[in-house]
Design a protein around this ligand. Sequence first.
Ligand code: PRT
Ligand code: MG
Length: 214
Amino acid sequence: MTGIGIALSKGRILEETGPLLARVGLAPKEDPERSRKLIIATARRDVSLVIVRAADTPTYVAHGAADLGIAGKDVLAEHGGEGLYQPLDLGIARCRMMVAVKKGFDYAGAVRQGARLRVATKYPLITREFFAGKGVHVDLIRLYGSMELAPIMGLADAIVDLVSSGKTLRANKLAAVEEIMPVSARLIVNQAALKTRRAQLQPLIDAFAKAVQP
Ligand code: PRT
Ligand code: MG
C-alpha cells in the first residue's frame, strides 16, 4: 500500500472512533459496519481504513502492513507492544480490566490461603503476570469470548475480563473483586515507518492529538 493505512476493528472501537475520524478529515467513504470491504476509502485519497479483528490490530501495525492503528490498551498489553510507538491515549472505548468471581466465592480467602486458582481469560499473558506479581498460583484457561460463563459452568474460579457498565457481570451473578488496569483506546504507529516516513505520518498523529484535546 503506497498511501497510509489505519488498522482498526469494527464494533466498539470503530463506533467511538467515528467522530474522531471525521474531525481529522478521515470520514470513511462508506459505512464500514455495513460494507463487506476490508479496506475502506476515506475523505483523504491517501488514507484508508483497514478493518481487522480487535486483537489483530497491533500485529498489522507492528509488521508495517498498516502504518497506524487504533487499539485498546488491553489488546496492546497482551500483544506486548514491540515495534509499536504509542503516542496517544484517545480516551475512548474506556473500561476496566477486572478479576471477577461468582457471587459468594471467597476470593480474598482463596488468595490468602495460597489456593491454586483456575482463571479463565482471553488475556493469558496479562493474567499470568498479574497473578505472578501477587504470588498467586493460577491454572490458566484460555477462552476466546463469553468469559462470564466460565465460573457459572464450573470451568473456572475466576475470570479476567473487561467491565464497563458492570451489567454483564450482574446479569450473570458475578462480582468484580480486583482491578488490573484501566483501559482506553490508543493510537499506535509502526516505529520503523515513523522514522522513514515521518513527514507523511507525523502531521496525521498531530491531527489526532489536536482532535482529542478537550
Ligand atoms: O468481538 P470480537 O471477538 O471481534 O473482538 P473483541 O471482543 O475484542 O472486540 P470488541 O469490539 O468487543 O472490543 C474492542 C475493544 O473495545 C476492546 O479491546 C476494549 O479495548 C474495548 N472495550 C471497552 C470493551 C469494553 N469496553 C467492554 N465492555 N471490550 C469489551 N467489553 C465487553 C466485556 O468483555 C464484557 O463482555 O463488554 C462486556 C462488559 O460490558 P458491561 O457494560 O456489561 O460491563
Ligand atoms: Mg466483542
